[in-house]
Design a protein around this ligand. Structure first.
Ligand code: C5P
Length: 306
């Protein structure tokens, strides 16, 4: 029987390292980043619709303010690129059930783009190779290739040139979510402003972090979390410093603004420590809401076909 509908599940990410080089002529910054995919997921379902009806997008979930349900959504852009490059008419409905925080520095939009690529490939039996998927992903945003892969990886260039990172063990995270997002371009611009006049070296992967991941040494991973965008995110949103302080006070192994923020990710030793910290953060009154997750987990993958 022909497939009528495909559902793809895609995780969020945190950056264990985000080292930002100087602003380049194209406006982007050379990066070295270490991504880890974590167990907070969006589900994207694509279903055939009547011929000639085009693509209709719908977004559902508790906190979806600001997510466009039109052609500017990265998932819809993925469909446009594939339709053109693979000469396929995409007449379908695409429903995105969002749990990943919006504009939270956890690659929610990029995750949906990656999910759309995997879903369209499956529904239309395009037989895309991994390389072909990555080629489409890179046109959509710096984080999209990683969201296809998941796991733990080092990103170079804009963050989209990936190599797998050797990582052992499972890491427990507590995420302090904010009710209002931060714009990624604004955070990079603030980073440039704060660093004006300084000589910025080209970034390198942190040997200490890589060794800690290989050894599954979560205490050491916690000590070596680093994000060059953190000062900029805190400058735009000073409350993030209070959140980081609460995590430190309640025994997190490490705390970091995730990507361009404003989500703050705390590494904890186990589930119990995660529950304790989640309670402390909620009681502190300085966070919008709290989520818990583990990583690494796989990237975008089909979970159901009908
Ligand atoms: O690639 P993506 O769409 O995620 O990038 C969003 C914005 O983040 C870019 O427009 C740019 O301002 C900034 N950015 C950057 N350097 C990178 C990645 C993103 O300056 N390597």
């Amino acid at each position: 029987m022909a497939t009528n509908s495909v559902t793809v599940r895609v995780p969020a990410k945190v950056n264990l390292q985000l080292s930002v080089g100087p602003r380049e002529n194209d406006g982007f910054h050379g990066l070295v980043t270490v991504f880890q995919a974590i167990s907070i997921y969006d589900d994207l379902t694509i279903t055939h619709a009547a011929p000639g009806s085009g693509l209709a997008l719908s977004i559902t979930g508790d906190h979806i303010a600001g997510v466009p349900a039109d052609e500017t959504n990265l998932a819809a852009k993925a469909a446009q690129i594939i339709a053109k490059e693979y000469d396929v008419e995409i007449d379908a409905t695409m429903q995105i059930l969002k749990t990943i925080p919006v504009a939270g520095g956890m690659a929610g939009g990029s995750a949906n783009a990656a999910a759309a690529i995997v879903a369209i490939d499956a529904l239309y039996s395009l037989g895309m190779t991994r390389e072909e998927m990555v080629k489409v992903a890179r046109q959509l945003g710096s984080d999209v290739p990683f969201m296809l892969n998941g796991g733990t990886a080092i990103g170079r260039g804009r963050g989209d040139e990936l190599t797998a990172a050797l990582s052992r063990g499972t890491y427990h995270w507590v995420l302090a979510l904010s009710s209002a997002g931060l714009s990624t371009p604004s955070v990079y611009a603030e980073c440039d402003r704060l660093r004006a006049g300084l000589i910025i070296a080209n970034p390198q992967a942190s040997d200490k972090l890589m060794q800690s991941l290989l050894a599954a040494d979560e205490i050491s991973v916690g000590k070596h979390l680093i994000n060059d965008l953190q000062s900029a995110a805190c400058s735009l949103r000073p409350a993030l410093r209070l959140i980081l302080d609460v995590g430190q006070e309640y025994g997190a192994l490490g705390g970091i603004v995730s990507g361009s923020g404003p989500t703050v990710a705390f590494l904890v030793s186990d589930e119990e420590a995660g529950l304790d910290l989640a309670v402390a953060l909620t009681a502190s009154g300085v966070v919008g809401s709290v989520a818990r997750a583990t990583g690494p987990v796989p990237g975008a993958r089909v979970i159901e076909t009908r």
